[in-house]
Design a protein around this ligand. Sequence first.
Ligand code: DGL
Length: 258
Amino acid sequence: MNARSPIGMLDSGAGGISVLKQAVSLMPREHYIFYGDQLNAPYGTKSKEEVLALVRSAVRLLLASDIKALVLACNTATAKAAKELRAELSIPVIGMEPALKPASALYRGGAILVMATPGTLSSEKYSLLSSQWGEHAVSVPCPGLMEFVERGDFSSPALHDYLQTLFSTWQARQVDAIVLGCTHYVFLKEAVRRFFPAVPVLDGNEGTVLQLRRVLAARNLLCPETQSGTVRILSSGSEEHLAVLRQLYELPFPEQDA
Ligand code: DGL
């Protein structure tokens, strides 16, 4: 493994593609291998033991490509497996967490809604984060929401109904910020904004990629400036699953709110 080696990224599926896109835009000369574990998705409703076992086997596959760093492009995988992987691997492991810290700075007396998987919101890691930055945070678990993204559905009536039910008690109240605490939801940012047009919607993607860059720089592992970047996208699922990942990689997605 050296500075020319690829960066490995993984998620249960399509959500991590939003992190990959952010990484490519900030560090276009790197080599990337992205693995979407779509055969075993969703992670967000599975136990810690199940997620840990799935993530370990996905990581074995990425390690076979001699990756120089591992990005858990998944809040759930980070919450359930990052600690163990950091103890087991010699390469750096970069994880994600809901953007509670930047959201807390937007507090004006209303609520900070944190949309994430049940697995993330019930994790020990999230309760630690929330005890530090979540005084005004309200957990909004979204079981079944990542499946819309996996189907490539960003605007159907069924998605609208799902979000309408989710937000019904909040639309008449003051909401100061919405945190997208699952990488899949980044692709649903426009759909969420339709319910709260004036509310900032935050995700953790940029923070994660900046952290990746800092960690690589600190270890002298940033690729040479002359290198031409490449992206390989793999899936544990079918050809159709892989096609979803590739399509999302091509799709433009909304910028982070201020
Ligand atoms: N994309 C994942 C996350 O950031 C999880 C989706 C799932 O598999 O439930 O939490």
